[in-house]
Design a binder for this molecule. Sequence first.
Ligand code: CDP
Ligand code: CDP
Length: 223
Amino acid sequence: MERTISIAIDGPAAAGKSTVAKILAEDYSYLYIDTGAMYRALTYMVLKKNEDLENEAAVKEILSDAHIELVPSESGQLVFVNGENVTEQIRSHEVTNSVSIAAKHASVREEMVKRQQDMAVNGRVVMDGRDIGTHVLPNAEVKIFLRASVTERAKRRHEENLSKGFTSDLAQLELEIERRDKLDSEREVAPLKKAEDAVEIDTTSLSIQGVVDEIKKIVQERL
Ligand code: CDP
Ligand code: CDP
């Protein structure tokens, strides 16, 4: 029987995690789990309820009542909270710039990690986030840490916005990405960090296919 593995992909904002994770999941017929979408869905709920993101107990309570579902579809992954389709709302500027605050709370992370581990219990997953290789799937057979210069990452997000018909200020995007990376890397609980046994890939001058090919080589070695 063919061996199945789990693939953990971590890295800072716009390093290309979700793009390559989706391609790998499709090519291997694995389940793709976007853990960032779960923190985004929670943040959306907290903002909707006008609750203070800094208030750990309040944020945790909202999470306890939030049934978050990641549903694959032809048009990509859909995200539902308590039955409400929030796929587009969780990508808003407001959510993007607030999510690192909701994600810093220890009790919130504990619950999220539990849910994510339950989703991955049967293996055959590609999971992307910030703490997958270090905390969520510490035994993943393949761990990848993607990097790219902040200038390149801001440019990618800028172009992504343009392709969706939005304009954005490149310099402002760069500042926002730097701020979020700093919050994610410096928080006390499970900060963004390369796992010791992760393979680091600098994607600054690589195409998406170039990154996918590098990861596939590593997967082949492990299979
Ligand atoms: O796609 P992008 O890089 O913009 O971010 P994301 O993966 O959607 O994650 C949004 C935010 O959720 C991150 O900036 C982190 O604050 C948080 N996050 C986390 O703390 N741990 C994870 N495993 C995934 C996301
Ligand atoms: O998930 P994460 O925030 O790490 O990044 P992403 O949403 O997968 O990628 C951000 C943007 O960069 C997307 O529009 C990708 O198409 C693009 N990208 C790229 O141009 N070159 C790469 N090597 C990887 C991603």
